[in-house]
Design a protein around this ligand. Structure first.
Ligand code: GLV
Length: 339
């Protein structure tokens, strides 16, 4: 590696990853030493003449940033699986390599998908709120109290059928799901071999859907697991929600704007669907306590914590640093995004 290569890092990293980064003697590390997102102006001020930038999904990578960084920029390493914060065409145009962390968080996010399905079906948010608000004494056990649908026997529809969706299927099959349908823009994306081992004991049909309408109409549980693009923005909107079954739930573990929040609130108000479980929402993180979604008792919202397990976040941090260093050293990245 030539002398003192400038890299910009937009977050304080966990100690192990920080140590790995600092172990490279030829780096001039310019870092935002804070757990919270870095200031855009700070990034723009520090980007010029950098060779690498390690950033998170809170940092927009657009033409402005790339032009400000200038022709020295060789690598962007994103601490994320999603790349919708990155203008990939502009990155490709400049021959900048892009690293990301698509595999390491699969299990953690799939776990959270199951949690949100259960919370939405079993009215977890509503139940906790009833207890916290002191309403339990007025609602003693009764046969129909807080009843809801269950996973066993249901049809699960996936919008997107990548690693996380498939890991979610793996978790749901033992609950006794009847059928899985999925919509994917990648024709090669289909249930992988290891599922067949699982399915030998418990046959479940896993088939591509012909259209989003089919996913909406057939599913008891809709799991949003696709990336955000022009074609998926508001895919779950008025029309989609209008076609869903009255006892169905929708869970979003992907990106907020795939679900139209206004349409979702209307569907919940009109009891057109049973409930929702959201890890992500349009406009996050600026969801304040007066946001109308929080008045929806059948909607559970958590603050984008899909990958938030100790091991996963540790792995993502290490991989982001490894991806960054790999390009600087002329080695292969752990995970390079094909642009
Ligand atoms: O949403 C999380 C990620 O993209 O890593």
């Amino acid at each position: 590696m030539p002398e003192k290569i400038k890299v910009v890092v937009t977050r304080q990293l966990i100690p192990e990853a920080q140590k790995l980064l600092e172990s490279e003697p030829n780096l001039e590390i310019i870092q935002w030493h804070n757990e919270n997102p870095c200031d855009r102006n700070w990034l723009l001020t520090n980007a010029p003449n950098s060779t690498g930038i390690l950033l998170t999904l809170s940092d927009k990578v657009d033409t402005e940033l790339l032009e400000t960084a200038g022709p020295t920029l060789k690598v962007i390493s994103s601490f994320s699986v999603g790349t919708d914060h990155i203008e990939t065409s502009a990155v490709k145009h400049r021959n900048i390599r892009l690293g990301y962390t698509p595999t390491i968080l699969t299990d953690a996010v799939a776990d959270l998908a199951v949690m949100l399905i259960l919370m939405a079906q079993r009215r977890g948010g509503e139940g906790i709120r009833n207890v916290l608000d002191g309403r339990w004494p007025q609602m003693p056990w009764s046969p129909a109290l807080m009843t809801g649908p269950q996973i066993g026997g249901s049809v699960v529809g996936f919008l997107g059928f990548g690693r996380i969706a498939q890991a979610t299927v793996k978790r749901l099959v033992p609950f006794g799901v009847e059928k899985v349908v999925y919509l994917t823009s990648r024709p090669g994306e289909r249930a992988r071999e290891d599922y067949f081992g699982l399915l030998r004991d418990q046959p479940v049909s896993i088939e591509p859907a012909g259209s989003w309408e089919e996913v909406a109409r057939e599913s008891d549980i809709v799991v949003v697991a696709c990336s955000l693009s022009e074609s998926t923005k508001h895919l779950v909107g008025t029309e989609f929600l209008g076609m869903m079954k009255k006892e169905a739930v929708v869970v979003n573990i992907a990106r907020g704007p795939v679900v139209d929040t206004d349409a979702l609130m209307k569907a919940l108000d009109e009891e057109r669907i049973f409930g929702a479980g959201l890890d992500v929402i349009e406009g996050e993180p600026n969801i304040t306590a007066d946001h109308p979604i929080l008045r929806q008792k059948r909607c559970v919202l958590v603050p984008h914590i899909g990958s938030a397990t100790f091991n996963t976040r540790m792995g993502m941090a290490m991989e982001s640093v490894r991806n960054l260093l790999a390009v600087l050293r002329g080695e292969e990245m752990v995970n390079e995004c094909v642009l």
